[in-house]
Design a protein around this ligand. Structure first.
Ligand code: NAD
Ligand code: IPM
Ligand code: MN
Length: 353
C-alpha cells in the first residue's frame, strides 16, 4: 500500500503528522504500508514556484492512494491565480479524476453538546454528502476578469455535461443502496440551466435504482433544511460549488469542521483523502488544531481504497473511545471535558487503537 502524503500549508503538516503516526501504528501491527511525502500548495510555491510540481504529480500517480492536509494562506492570496495554492489542489483533483467526493457528517454522541444545534435536532445524525468534484463553475470556461464597456467584469461558467452528471449520480445511488436507500439531489433548477440538466439526468439514472427513494431540493432550501431538520437526509448529491458550501454547514452540526473527513474517488476507487477544512491560518503553528478529520480520512482510505474495513473500524472505534474518555481539542471543547493539543489527541488515538 503506497501512500503519497501531501501535508500542504498552515495546520496541514500538524494534522497530517498525526494521521501518519496512526498509519505507522497500524504498520507495526502488520499493515503493509509505505508513505512518501511530497510538496503541494504554498509549500510547493515557496520551494519551486508551482503549487503542484511535476514531481508531486508523479509521486501521486505512482501511489495507490493520496493523503492530503490542506493548502492556502494569506501569504499567497496576492499571487496570480495559476500560482495560488488552491490551484494546486484543484489541479491534482482534476489530474487524478477523483470526481466523487464523499463527505460524511456523523455526530458522535459525546459531541452532541458541541454541535451548534440542539441535541434533539442532531442526535444520531449520519448523513453522506456526495459532492461532484472536478466540474461545475470551478472548472468551467470561459472565466476571467476583463474590461467591457469601460469597466471591469468578472465572469465564470457553470457547466455540466450529461456524462459528468451521470457518473456522479451513479456513485450517489450506489452509496444510497448501501445506506438508507434515500437520495436527495440538490440543484437550482428554478434559475440555472446547468442544474436543470442535472435534475433531468439524475431522474434518468434513478430508473436503474428502483429501490432508492429519490427526492429533489433547491439548494437554498437545502441549506435551510440542513439546520432545521438535518436528520431528514440520508444521502445528498450535488454539484461542486453547492457541495462545498453545504458540507461546511453540515460539519458544524457534528461539533466542528475539524471532525469531517472526506474521500475523493475516481471510477476505479483510487482516491485522494483529506479533511474538508482548510489550512486554518488563524491557529496554524500553535499545536491546537483538531487532527480527527484527517485521522478519520485515513479510515476512509483504508475502507474505500484498500478494502481494509477491519483497520478502518479500528481507527473509528479508537476515535470514539478517545471522545468518550473526555479528551477534546479546543474546537470541540466543552466545560467538564479535558482540553488537549493536536499531538496529545494523536497520542490518545494511537493508544486507543
Ligand atoms: P478553514 O477551514 O481553514 O478555517 C475556518 C475556521 O475553522 C477557522 O477558524 C479555523 O481555525 C477552523 N478550523 C479549520 N480546521 C480546523 C481544525 N482541524 N481544528 C480546529 N479548527 C479548525 O477555512 P478558511 O479560513 O476559509 O480558509 C483558510 C485557507 O484554507 C484559505 O487559503 C483557503 O483557500 C484554504 N482552504 C483549503 C482547503 C483545502 O485545502 N482542502 C479547504 C478550505 C479552505
Ligand atoms: C474544499 C476547499 C477547496 C474547494 C478550495 C480550497 C479549492 O474549500 O476542499 O472544500 O473549494 O473545493
Ligand atoms: Mn470547502
Amino acid at each position: 500500500m503506497k501512500i503519497a502524503v501531501l501535508p500542504g500549508d498552515g495546520i496541514g503538516p500538524e494534522i497530517v503528522g498525526e494521521a501518519v503516526r496512526v498509519l505507522e501504528a497500524l504498520k507495526r501491527d502488520g499493515l503493509p504500508v509505505e508513505t512518501e511525502t511530497a510538496l503541494i500548495g504554498g509549500a510547493a510555491v515557496d520551494a519551486c514556484g508551482d503549487p503542484l510540481p511535476d514531481a508531486t504529480l508523479e509521486i501521486t500517480r505512482q501511489a495507490d492512494a493520496v493523503l492530503l492536509g490542506a493548502v492556502g494562506g494569506p501569504k499567497y492570496d496576492v499571487l496570480p491565480r495559476e500560482q495560488r495554492p488552491e490551484r494546486g489542489l484543484l489541479r491534482i483533483r482534476k489530474a487524478l479524476n477523483v470526481f466523487s467526493n464523499l463527505r460524511p457528517a456523523i455526530l458522535y454522541p459525546e459531541l452532541a453538546a458541541a454541535s451548534s444545534l440542539k441535541p434533539e435536532i442532531v442526535s444520531g445524525l449520519d448523513i453522506m454528502i456526495v459532492r461532484e468534484l472536478v466540474g461545475d463553475i470551478y472548472f468551467g470556461e470561459p472565466r476571467g476578469i476583463e474590461v467591457r464597456n469601460g469597466e471591469r467584469v468578472g465572469f465564470n461558467t457553470m457547466i455540466y455535461s450529461e456524462s459528468e452528471i451521470r457518473r456522479i449520480a451513479h456513485s450517489a445511488f450506489r452509496i444510497a443502496m448501501k445506506r438508507g436507500k434515500r437520495l436527495c439531489s440538490v440543484d437550482k433548477m428554478n434559475v440555472l440551466e446547468a442544474t436543470q440538466l442535472w435534475r433531468d439526468v439524475v431522474i434518468e439514472v434513478s430508473a436503474e435504482y428502483p429501490e432508492v427513494e429519490l427526492s429533489h431540493m433547491l439548494v437554498d432550501n437545502a441549506a435551510m433544511q440542513l439546520v432545521r431538520n438535518p436528520k431528514q437526509f440520508d444521502v445528498m448529491v450535488t454539484g461542486n460549488m453547492f457541495g462545498d458550501i453545504l458540507s461546511d454547514a453540515a460539519s458544524m452540526l457534528t461539533g466542528s469542521i475539524g471532525m469531517l473527513p472526506s474521500a475523493s474517488l475516481d471510477a476505479n476507487g483510487k482516491g485522494l483523502f483529506e479533511p474538508i477544512h482548510g489550512s486554518a491560518p488563524d491557529i496554524a503553528g500553535k499545536g491546537v488544531a483538531n487532527p480527527l478529520a484527517t485521522i478519520l480520512s485515513v479510515a476512509m482510505m483504508l475502507r474505500y481504497s484498500f478494502d481494509r474495513s477491519a483497520e478502518a473500524d479500528r481507527i473509528e472505534n479508537a476515535v470514539k473511545k478517545v471522545l468518550a474518555s473526555g479528551l477534546r481539542t479546543a474546537d470541540i471543547y466543552q466545560p467538564g471535558t479535558e482540553k488537549v493539543g493536536t499531538r496529545q489527541m494523536g497520542d490518545a488515538v494511537i493508544a486507543a487503537l
